[in-house]
Design a protein around this ligand. Structure first.
Ligand code: ATP
Length: 293
């Protein structure tokens, strides 16, 4: 019997999915799979549920939600033989889209039942992990405003972008150490990605691969309002690197540090996090997690 656990985020995306134990049971042969279904009932509850599933000897844990839910499940099973399944119920679903996992529930389940395993890389940031992307600056502001909106839809991301434009002059100097170069920057954004998609088919790092053992970085120094509009427009066509303030890198590790503050306001896989340290060490673990894709 294969022990398969589903951990469902009921508020992911628009929150109006009808996924239930009864519905899932209909897809799986009772002689082959033993199904356990859990719902998260508060923020970060998924971590506790996943740790319980590991204790309960789950062989497959399916994250049913967006990048934030995947992050909570995958961070717990990293480096273990447990296989991650994904049913994309989120708003952006960047990682699922990079893995070509369809949003239709029955199609995502077909991928789990096919049992083709891919090993993908995992990023780490001090003592946390990311599987899709992380960043400091404009993207972190956008995620903070998005979470405050209490509505997880594309429109909320667009509103959050406009609200974040008010904070654009709040750029403090960072020291960046990457590929044996050290330099200072007042960033509009430092964006670090494992995946080639942010969600909604938008990408800041279109050449990134989940399997190349590298992180794709873009560092954008302070932009004036005209350049921000130009940057946003070019990003839609994946041409933002044409702006001179945008520098692209690929690396296995990097460090961000700052002297004036002892914290970083970051987004990690689309969730706002305050990291209490004046140094951020970022690296990648190659092929660290097994995923059905
Ligand atoms: N019952 C719940 N009530 C409130 N928050 C929850 C609950 N269950 C999970 N969460 C939180 O929801 C957040 C994750 O949302 P998730 O990323 O899965 O969806 P999304 O933001 O709609 O999708 P995406 O990140 O792909 O845009 C996490 O911070 C998680 O801890």
């Amino acid at each position: 019997m294969i022990q398969i656990h589903f951990i469902i985020n009921p508020i992911a995306g628009s929150g109006n999915h009808n996924i239930s134990k009864k519905m899932l049971q209909a897809f799986f042969d009772h002689n082959e799979y033993e199904i356990t279904v859990k719902f998260s009932v508060y923020k970060n509850h998924t971590t506790k549920l996943t740790l319980e599933s590991i204790e309960q000897k789950a062989q497959i844990i399916v994250a049913c939600g967006g990048d934030g839910t995947i992050n909570e499940v995958a961070s717990c099973i990293l480096g273990s033989p447990i296989i991650l399944g994904i049913i994309p119920l989120g708003s952006g679903n960047g990682l699922a889209s990079n893995l070509k996992i369809p949003k239709k529930i029955h199609k995502a389940i077909a991928i789990i039942k096919r049992q083709d395993v891919k090993k993908i890389d995992a990023g780490s940031l001090n003592d946390r992990f990311f599987f899709s992307n992380t960043g400091v600056g404009f993207d972190a502001h956008v995620i903070k405003h998005y979470e405050e909106s209490n509505n997880r839809k594309l429109f909320s991301y667009v509103t959050a972008v406009f609200k974040s434009l008010k904070n654009i002059n709040d750029t403090r100097e960072l020291e960046v150490n990457i590929n044996d170069q050290t330099f200072k920057v007042k960033p509009f954004m430092v964006f670090i990605s494992n995946s080639n998609e942010l969600g909604y088919k938008i990408s800041l790092t279109p050449k990134a691969s989940l399997e190349d053992g590298l992180l794709d970085i873009i560092i954008v120094s302070k932009l004036n309002p005209f350049k921000i509009i130009l940057f946003s427009f070019l990003m839609l066509f994946k041409r933002h690197h044409l702006i001179q303030e945008v520098k692209s890198f690929q690396t296995k590790n990097m460090t961000l540090s700052r002297k004036d503050f002892n914290h970083f306001k970051m987004q990690i896989d689309g969730e706002y996090r305050l990291i209490e340290s004046n140094t951020i060490n970022i690296s990648i673990s190659e092929k660290a997690i097994n995923v059905f894709a």
